[in-house]
Design a binder for this molecule. Structure first.
Ligand code: PMV
Length: 329
């Protein structure tokens, strides 16, 4: 009753922002992401009678319960599998957690695949994405590789709200995302808290929703056509629209710090200079730059010259979650 899985983070090109239900987690809108090779979490889960409670260790630190209820997610999987044992979970990520870099996506995807396998469940990837979604919404996209759509669905039970691959990583191998790390600290407002507050208090939230379908269509088509300008410019505008709703909640949520603005302006300057670069951001201060492989070295050079940039992580389209033979304990 032991299994290990690895999953990559994903960064949304069309963002999930707002829940229509928090139990089960169901989104107000569909979203599209790229699964990021280069930012991964590996997790080993063992169920055994020798454990008296679930224990979760992330990057060598014992995880205390918080709003992203990992213990509750393990209970959910135990219930589904009809097992009564407790779990020991050990997880390692190769990038900063909880800094707006989608660590919960790789974390919940790896945890779900490892725990379901250890519990003896035989599931399709679509079914795994549905279970993963109940732990952390955006994580359901990390079950698949390449470019992935999380379909909104209509039903209250969530059976039609799942992720699916819309283009493999081989379809667009030179697409790149450069994550610029400006501040690898835990963020002040979680994405979960931030989106709940936005749905209830932002006067423009319905306007966000009214434009997302068009963004989904454009990005879906753009990926099929490998039209970089179409995909990346739509992704940039979509991220700005999402941040506009965050800034106009009560109280306002402003994730940006001076270094965030520094990078945004640097990317706009790059475009003036003929470099095809766009940006996107999530619920945090870090900026992810979208570009093609041929422009990576020039962009990294320029970005690393900026005062506020601590580090960059280069990602290309990566694989979906997978089981590993080697366990972490
Ligand atoms: O699934 P959560 O609670 O980590 O929310 C993620 C929300 C964004 O990262 C801001 C957007 C997205 O689609 O990933």
């Amino acid at each position: 009753m032991k299994a290990t899985a690895t999953a990559n983070a994903n960064i949304a090109l069309v963002k999930y922002w707002g829940k229509r239900s928090s139990d089960p987690i169901l989104p107000q809108n569909g979203s599209i992401s790229m699964t990021c090779d280069g930012m991964s979490t590996t997790t080993t889960v063992e169920f055994s009678d020798k454990y008296r409670e679930h224990t979760v260790t992330i990057n060598d630190e014992e995880f205390k319960k918080d709003e992203k209820d990992i213990h509750g997610h393990i209970d959910r999987i135990c219930k589904l599998a009809g097992i009564i044992q407790h779990a020991k979970v050990v997880s390692e990520s190769n990038f900063p957690v909880a800094a707006g870099l989608a660590s919960s996506a790789s974390g919940f995807a790896a945890l779900t695949m490892a725990a379901c396998t250890a519990a003896g469940l035989k599931l399709s990837k679509k079914e795994l994405s549905i279970i993963t979604r109940q732990g952390s919404g955006s994580a359901c996209r990390s079950i698949f590789g390449g470019f992935v759509e999380w379909v909104r669905g209509q039903k209250d039970d969530g059976s039609d709200s799942y992720a699916e691959c819309i283009a493999s990583k081989e379809k667009w191998p030179d697409f790149r995302m450069i994550a610029t790390i400006v501040e690898a600290k835990k963020k002040p407002v979680s994405s979960r808290g931030g989106m709940a507050q936005t749905v209830t208090t932002c006067p423009y939230y319905k306007d966000w929703l009214s434009t997302v379908e068009d963004d989904l269509d454009t990005v879906r088509k753009g990926i099929q056509e490998k039209d970089f300008g179409k995909v990346a410019s739509t992704a940039e505008f979509n991220a700005l629209k999402m941040h506009a709703t965050m800034i106009t909640t009560k109280p306002p949520i402003i994730y940006w710090i001076p270094a965030t603005m520094e990078i945004i302006h640097a990317v706009r300057q790059m475009r003036e200079d003929g470099i095809n670069a766009y940006f996107t951001m999530d619920a945090g201060p870090n900026v992810k730059i979208l570009c093609l492989d041929k422009d990576v070295s020039e962009i990294e050079k320029r970005v690393n010259e900026l005062d506020g940039v601590v580090n960059t992580i280069l990602c290309k389209p990566g694989d979906g979650a997978a089981l590993l033979d080697k366990h972490l304990f």
